[in-house]
Design a protein around this ligand. Sequence first.
Ligand code: T1G
Length: 711
Amino acid sequence: MQKSTDKTATIGMICLDAPPVNALSGDKGIPQAIAAAVQEFDADPAIKAIAIYAAGRFYSAGADIAEFRGNPATDAAPLRSLFEALDASQTPVVLAMHGVAFGGGLEVALAAHYRIAEAKTKLGLPEVSLGLLPGGGGTQRLPRLIAMDKAVEMIITGRPVSAAQALENGLVDALFDGDARAAVLDFATKIINENKPVRRSRDQEIAAFDPAIFDTTATKLAKTAHRNPGPMKALDCLREAAQGPFERSLTFEHRAFDALMEHPQTKGICHAFLGERTAVKIPGLEGQKTSRSMDSVAIIGAGTMGVGIALACMKAGLQTLLLDLKDEALERARANVERQLAGQVKKGRLSQDRADAQLALLTLSTSFADMGDADVIIEAVFEDLGVKESVFRQIDAIAKPGALLASNTSTLDVNLIAAFTNRPQDVVGLHFFSPANIMRLLEIIRADDTSADTLLASAEFARKIGKVGVVVGVCDGFVGNRIFEEYLRQAYLLLEEGATPEDIDGAMEQWGWAMGALKVMDLAGQDIGWAIRKRRKVEQPDRPYSTFPDQICELGWYGQKTGRGYYNYPEGVRGGATNPDVLPMLQAHSIALGLIRRTVTAEEVVERTLLAMINEGAKILEEGIAYRPVDIDVIYLNGYGFGRDRGGPMFQADLMGLKTVLARLEELSKGREGWALKPAAILYRMQEQGLSFADLNAGKTVQTDMQEELV
Ligand code: T1G
C-alpha cells in the first residue's frame, strides 16, 4: 500500500497494491495501513479530499480467505478498524474500482463517501458462495445505497453486477474508462471544486420496500439451507438492517459473521475454494509454464467419453479432431455433439452463434494420419491393454515431436501404455470423468517417465479446457476410483448387515453427497464394477469383496443402461424407483452369510464410508500417489459429488480429529471384514508427531520410523 498526495497537496492518495488480487490481508497489515493513512490525511487540514484506488489486475478480491483461521475476533478485526476509520473521516473519501470489486473490497467502497468504477468492473458480495455473509457492514450499508430488493439479490445470490448496473442502481456515482488513478484524482478534484460534503452510507435512510421480500426469499432458500448456512444468515442481517438503528444491526451482522467463521460447513466451503487453487499446483514446478502450444487436439475413440472430451475442447475454442475407425461411430458422434449443442441453445445456456462456432471447430476422420499436427492427442478407446497398445504405437509413429500423448484410461497402468512408445516422457494419463464435458475434475496421471514439462503441459491443458487438473501417481484406480472402491466396499457390507440401497444412498445424500454410492454404480454401469471385481479376485484374493453385487449383475441388472439395478428406472421416473426384488435377495443373502439383519443408522453409513475414504486416502499419501491431502479433497469435490460444504474426506478427518479417526478405525477393524478398516500406519505416525492433514497441506512432512531414529 502506498500513500501520497496530488500535486496540489490537497488530495490524499492511497494506492492498494498487493498482488495477485489485492486481498485485504491483515497479516500484511493492509487494512491497518489504509486506516492509518485515512486518519492521517483526515487530520491534515491541507487535505480536502482522500482518494483511494488500486494497482494491478483488480481493485480487490476482498478479505484474505487464507487468513480465515476460525477465530473471528482476530481474523476480522483489522478490516473492521478500517471501516470505523472511514466512517469517522470528516474529509470526503472517494474510491475507484476496476476489474473486480468483491467482498470486503466492495465493503470498503461502501464505507467510502463516493464511489466510481471503470466501465468493465464487476462488483459483488460473493461471501455466501464461501458459506459466509458480507461481514464488513455490507448487509447494512448496501441497502442504504441501493433498493432493498436489489441488495437482497446481490447478497443472497453472491452474483456480481456490472458497472453499468451499479451506476443505474445507485451503487456507484460515476463510471470511467482507463486509468483508475487519473479518474479518482479527477473526481476528488470535483469534490473539492463543488464542495461536496462527507456522505456516510450509514446515515442514508433505507428506501421504502415491500418487506414480503424477506419471507419470499427465505422460502426459496429453505431447500438448500442445510448445505450452506451463509445465505439464510445473510438474510437475517438484511431483516435487521431494516429494523435498525445502524449500530445495533451492524453488531448483529458481526455476530452472525463470526458464528459462520466457526461453522464446520463454512470452513468446508472455504477449504474447497483455496484447495482448488492449491491442488492444481505441481510441487517443485510452481510458477513454471510449458512452451508447448495447446491450440489443437485429436481424440481417438468416438464413444461417450470421446464425444464428451471433444465438447469440452470445442467449448474452450480448440481445433478438435475426433477419430474413429468406423464411419457409423463418427456419424453417431456428430449427431450426439449436435444434439448436445442444440440442447444448450434451447436451455439458453449457449447462443446459436456460439454453438455454430464451436461446431465449426470439430473435424471427424477415420484416418489416423490426420492427427499429425495435433498439439494434444487423447486416446479414449475401449479399456483393453491390447487395444491401447495398437493405438499408441500408431500415435507414436504419427504424432509430431513434442505433442502431448495422453490416455483416458481409468484403470490401466499408464507406465505400460507409455512403454508402447519411443517417447514415454511425453506420455501421461488424462482421466476424465463422465460426462466429460460437464465434470470439472481431470486426474493427471504421472507415469514413471513422464517429464516435468509434460506435467506442466497437462496442467495448462486442464486449465485451458476449464478443468481442475490434479496430478496423481500410478496405482490401481489412481486416487479417485481407488478410494471409491473402499467406501463402496463398506456400503456393500452394510447392505449385507441390514441396510437397503435407499438407506445407504439416502444417508449419503442427506449428509451432502450429490448422489449415493449405489446410485452412482447404477449410473456408471454395474457391469464395469463387475469386470473390476473379477480382476481383483485374481489379483488380490486376500481382499475379498461382498458377492451380493455379483448377484445383481448375474441377473443382467446393470443399472440405468438396462433399466434395472439396485433401483428400477421406468420411463420418466427421474432418479429411479425402488427395486422391490432387491430386499428379498438381500435377506436371503444375509441368511446365507449367517447374518441376522439389523437396523443400520444413517450415522453409521456416513461414518463407515467416510472412515474408509480417510484410511485409503492416508495410504495414498503414504505411497506418494497424491502430493497433498487437499488434492484428495479436491478430487472428491470435483469428480465424485462429495458435498462442497463437507470440504473433502481428509478435511473431515481433521474436523473429527486424528485421535477419533484412529479410535473408530481400530474399533471397526475388530468387526466383520474389519481388515478393510485396519488403520494406515501413517495415521499412527501423524498422531505421534502431532500432525494433522492441514499440517501436511501446509508442507509439513511425516517422519518415517527411520527418520525418527535418526532425529
Ligand atoms: N483471499 C485470498 N486469496 C485469494 C482471494 C481472496 N479473497 N481471491 C483470490 N485469491 C488468490 C487465489 O487463491 C489465487 O492464488 C490467486 O489469488 C488468483 O486467484 C469481510 C470476509 C478474484 C475473481 O469470494 O472470486 O471479503 O493460486 O486463481 O481466476 O465480507 O479469485 O495464485 O496462489 O481465482 O483470475 C470474498 C474470491 C472474500 C472472491 C480472480 N471474496 N476470489 O479469479 O484467479 S470474503 C471472494 C475470486 C470477504 C468480507 C468477507 C477470484 C477472482 P494462487 P484465481 P482468477
